[in-house]
Design a protein around this ligand. Structure first.
Ligand code: PEP
Ligand code: MN
Length: 350
């Protein structure tokens, strides 16, 4: 970091700052210009609060020159992270789509939706069994029963499973059924959960918190990676702003920003990003055009009767049309989307 002293800083104040930085194990380089003294501090500043120096007498400002997320950042890992789960590759030039209901509701419901999303070309079946609902009186999910239904439906159609884990004690249970562990927006800063996910070896889908900056999101990814689990997928799912026409404001610009700062795959969730069915497809297309490595989309065959997030769930036919549009867009930017179905006998064999 670089410490810029005020023009009228005294030699004593400068020496105190230098002593403090040395004490914090930094290599210090002083340069005295015509009007200002600048102190360069080189070393591991992880865990250092810049305000410690900022509040010292004679200091004008403290500038950070490296990012605080060493593992999630591109500086020390310039090439993209590619995550391979069975035959699905996330983070490469293929746009991978995860789709399914907000919540698993019944065997019949998840089977119908799994068949529909598979037909349209999705690779991963989504569905919540542990639901973080704003109201304690809303449907909370089917728990392990729901996870089992989700896994069985996914296996019948040759899909992977992504499902949310809300509690660090439930990580082993959700891991038994899911291929990708989802951290919801409300839990992005649940540091005990992030640490627990750092200890396992399964890909994590980390959703951006609804009031989280891009840097805070990357620091949450860093928590998981610091534990040794390097397979983190970032997800932009809209942030809370002053705008009320949509449930959240879908921050499409976060996609290229994340990709510039981090090597991790970035996907987009236009369902929660907008909260309104007719806004989902436009934002999904925009996310693909912006370079997202994938999408996660809520689909329901009977959204009027869905137990959660019906108004933002696409009908299967809308989803199928969207997939075809996204395929065209991905080709236009040098990527691909594989919508082909596997041979019928592979489908039958599950
Ligand atoms: C969900 O995926 O159903 C969900 C609750 O998402 P988020 O955490 O982004 O609100
Ligand atoms: Mn939902």
């Amino acid at each position: 970091m670089v410490v810029v002293m005020k023009e009228n800083a005294t030699e004593e104040q400068i020496q105190k700052v230098i002593a403090r930085l040395v004490n914090m194990n930094f290599d210090v380089h002083r340069s005295t210009g015509v009007s200002k003294t600048i102190i360069g501090a080189i070393g591991d500043k992880r865990g250092v609060d810049p305000r410690t120096i900022e509040v010292m007498e004679g200091v004008y400002e403290v500038l950070r020159i490296t990012e605080p997320y060493k593992l999630a950042g591109r500086t020390f890992h310039p090439e993209d992270t590619i995550i391979r789960i069975k035959d699905v590759v996330i983070g490469g030039d293929e746009v991978v789509v995860m789709a399914g209901p907000c919540s698993v509701e019944s065997e019949e419901q998840i089977d119908t939706i799994a068949a529909a999303v598979k037909r349209a070309g999705a690779k991963v079946l989504r569905g919540g069994a542990f639901k973080p609902r704003t109201s304690p009186y809303s449907f909370q999910g089917l728990g392990e029963k729901g996870l089992r239904m989700l896994r069985e439906a996914a296996d019948r159609y040759g899909l992977l499973v992504v499902s949310e884990v809300m509690d660090k004690n439930k990580v082993p249970l959700v891991m038994e059924y899911a291929d990708i562990l989802q951290v919801g927006a409300r839990n992005m800063q649940n540091y005990d959960l992030l640490k627990a996910l750092g200890r396992v070896r399964k890909p994590v889908l980390l959703k951006r918190g609804m009031a989280a900056t891009i840097e805070e999101t990357l620091l949450s990814a860093e928590y998981i990676m610091a534990g040794g689990n390097y397979e983190v997928i970032l997800c932009e799912r809209g942030i809370r702003t002053f705008e009320n026409y949509t449930r959240n404001t879908m921050d499409i610009s976060a996609i290229p920003v994340f990709q510039k700062l981090s090597h991790l795959p970035v996907i987009a969730d236009p369902s929660h990003g907008t909260g309104i069915r007719d806004k989902v497809a436009p934002m999904a297309r925009a996310a693909v055009a912006a370079g997202a490595h994938g999408l996660i989309i809520e689909v329901h065959h009977d959204p009027e009767n869905a137990l959660s997030d019906g108004p933002q769930s696409l009908y299967p036919a809308q989803f199928e049309k969207l997939m075809q549009e996204c395929q065209i867009i991905s080709q236009a930017i040098g990527k691909k989307m594989d919508l082909r179905l596997p041979p019928a006998k592979a489908l039958a064999a599950g």
